[in-house]
Write a protein that binds this ligand. Structure first.
Ligand SMILES: Nc1nc2c(ncn2[C@@H]2O[C@H](COP(=O)(O)OP(=O)(O)OP(=O)(O)O)[C@@H](O)[C@H]2O)c(=O)[nH]1
Length: 367
């Protein structure tokens, strides 16, 4: 059951993992941009001075790596958009348009990297914001073109450049609209993911709880016992168990009805939980049998706890509500012995309980 739960959990989204992937993709796109710029520079097509070029590339990589580190550190997790998609794409538009300005022949190849970033941020930004970003990139392209044409009027073909700008703008807008659909899809998936996580939590609770009392069930108690045994064997941390059984419980059902029986079981659970030390475990083994697991307790300590519980419970009165005047309990106490099995310690506690029952009930016996 637990391994199935873990398997199901691994299928749910992990925000940190997604952020890391987002950061890596952004860095990869910037890497492609840098590579293109370097190739064009070698070919003599990137018309920029070496000093100005190194300054631009250096600044670009400092900010890109800072962005990546910010994402993977988890510092942005509390923001509405932890991937900082809007600042990222605005930054990329500025970078691509600035470098596009310097490569007349291959301008389109540099600025089209914008589409890769647009696709990346479509997981985070809504359709409306994406269209806004597309308009902004078109305006930035127009401004860059205006500067380039103003500077190098003779070398450039006005009609070809404007046609390229138009194609860029149209593709940007259609990408933005498609991106809006991707965003909606992702949001629906995220909602489903949240529901799934909630469902998993409920299933986990149901797997370890007893329906009637809400206490831990037998399966979970055995898991806890195995953990305590491992701790005791490895680190010599002692633990003890108290096997608790309500006396003559059958008579309560027979005289007052099953509902009263259930009510007594629930009240008993509440009394023990309210009285229990933090770090102890209490659960229902089945029927009117309960188990108290006391980490760090030896036999004497466990006997004290059992007796305190027995006395506390004897004060509970049900007569005025139409039920039994009071219900006593018997306890079998056992401390874990080195390297014995969980069954062994439980059997010894059960023997103690048997002795308590056969010696007249309403008492605790160590075994
Ligand atoms: N109301 C209710 N009764 C339960 C539940 N589970 C088990 N029982 C009843 O608990 C009773 C246990 O009876 P016995 O095992 O004879 O034990 P007892 O009457 O407590 O007698 P001693 O343990 O010897 O003191 C049975 O009548 C079961 O039907 C439950 O969830 N609710």
């Amino acid at each position: 059951m637990n391994s199935e739960l873990r398997q199901a959990e691994s299928l749910t989204f992990n925000e940190t993992r997604l952020l890391r992937r987002h950061g890596r993709s952004a860095v990869a796109i910037m890497g492609m941009h840098t590579l293109l710029c370097l190739v064009y520079y070698r070919m003599g097509a990137f018309q920029i001075s070496p000093q100005w070029g190194s300054l631009l590339l250096g600044g670009l990589w400092v900010s890109m790596l800072s962005y990546f580190l910010l994402l993977i550190s988890g510092a942005t997790l509390r923001l509405r958009d932890p991937s900082l998609s809007l600042p990222l794409i605005i930054y990329c538009v500025v970078v691509f348009m600035t470098s596009g300005y310097y490569v007349d022949e291959f301008r389109l190849s540099v600025v089209t990297l914008f589409f890769a970033v647009l696709l990346l941020v479509s997981f985070q930004l809504s359709g409306k914001v994406m269209v806004g970003v597309a308009m902004f990139s078109s305006a930035a392209y127009a401004a860059m073109l205006w500067l380039a044409l103003d500077d190098r009027w003779v070398q450039l073909s006005f009609s070809v450049e404007v046609l390229q700008w138009l194609v860029f703008t149209m593709i940007s807008i259609s990408f933005a609209i498609t991106g809006g659909s991707i965003h909606r899809l992702r949001r629906n998936l995220a909602d489903k993911n949240r529901e799934l996580a909630k469902g998993l939590e409920q299933v986990r609770e149901m797997a370890i709880r007893d329906d009637l009392t809400g206490l831990f069930n037998r399966r979970h108690l055995l898991e806890v016992l195995n953990r305590q045994k491992a701790l005791a064997d490895r680190k010599k941390v002692p633990f003890s168990v108290c096997y608790v059984d309500l006396d003559h419980f059958k008579q309560i059902n027979d005289h007052y009805g099953h509902e009263w029986g259930d009510r007594v079981l629930r009240r008993f659970s509440q009394v023990v939980i309210a009285d229990m030390r933090d770090g102890d475990y209490f659960g229902r083994l089945g029927g009117e049998e309960f188990l108290l697991i006391l980490p760090q307790s030896n036999e004497e300590g466990a006997l004290l706890v059992a007796e305190r519980l027995r006395k506390r419970w004897s004060q509970e009165q049900f007569g005025q509500e139409g039920g039994p005047s009071s219900v006593s309990l018997s306890v079998g106490v056992a401390a874990y012995h080195d390297n014995e099995s969980v069954d062994d310690v439980l059997n010894r506690a059960d023997q103690g309980l048997y002795r308590a029952k056969s010696s007249g009930r309403n008492q605790s016996q160590v075994a």
